[in-house]
Design a protein around this ligand. Structure first.
Ligand code: MN
Length: 237
């Protein structure tokens, strides 16, 4: 696992000014608006690449750039945390993970939701609820003065207690600012102490090889609010 200091930024730049927070909030506003716009286009027979392209086009129409390469990962591809959109076509019963973010005046949005298409199996419903609970608990754990590894432990603990600890293969979160991944890492090794007005993403996931995955991600202000109000209840498209 990587230590906390391999990303751009430091303890000083991680604390955002009101102006920076306002820009990050706008980036989030547009990011979730774009996700809402693209959802009706997700249907059986449509490919991951088509949806990723559509997201780029919507960003373009709003005069915005993507903050990073959009992830659209369906079915077994969802088992890769950093999946690249493929020609795979959606099928009923898929879980579909979309990780996207646009930039607003140089500041990045970053959010992820996982959806089901057509129906959801009991197994998928179960892992979705575990990730949802881990993500909510991780956000609740974030406060001024907490050590990053303790935030990670809260989210990871919920996934592990449910028996899926080995499938949560990345850290719980990271700073967000001009860079979509910046200081600090929120992982099991990070001794960084969170401070008010740091902006961090919380994004636990479960990834099951050859089967699929779930990730839920929001970007929040330490001592403040969650930029995203997009539902975390499982949406069946
Ligand atoms: Mn992220």
């Amino acid at each position: 696992m990587r230590n906390a200091n391999d990303l751009p930024g430091d303890e000083i730049s991680a604390v955002k000014s009101p102006d920076e927070i306002a820009k990050l909030r706008m980036a989030a506003h547009f990011t979730q608006k774009i996700l809402r716009e693209v959802l009706p286009l997700i249907k059986t027979g449509v490919s991951e690449i088509q949806i990723a392209d559509e997201i780029l086009q919507i960003m373009d129409s709003l005069g915005l750039e993507s903050a990073f390469d959009t992830i659209v990962a369906s079915g077994e591809n969802g088992a890769q945390p950093h999946a690249v959109p493929s020609e795979r076509k959606f099928a009923n019963g898929d879980l579909i993970t979309i990780d996207l973010g646009c930039k607003y005046e140089g500041y990045c949005g970053d959010m992820t939701r996982t959806f089901a298409l057509g129906f959801v199996s009991e197994d998928f419903k179960k892992i979705y609820e575990i990730v949802k609970n881990a993500q909510i608990a991780g956000i609740q754990a974030v406060s001024d003065g907490i050590i990053c590894r303790n935030v990670d432990a809260v989210s990871r603990g919920i996934v592990s207690e449910a028996g899926f600890g080995e499938t949560f293969v990345h850290g719980t979160g990271h700073g967000v600012g001009r860079y979509v991944h910046e200081f600090p890492r929120v992982n099991a090794l990070s001794e960084v102490i969170l401070k008010n007005n740091m902006v961090i993403a919380i994004e636990p996931g479960i990834y099951i090889k050859n089967i699929g995955g779930v990730r839920i991600e929001d970007t929040i202000v330490v001592g403040g609010d969650n930029f995203y109000d997009f539902t975390k209840e499982l949406i069946i498209l």
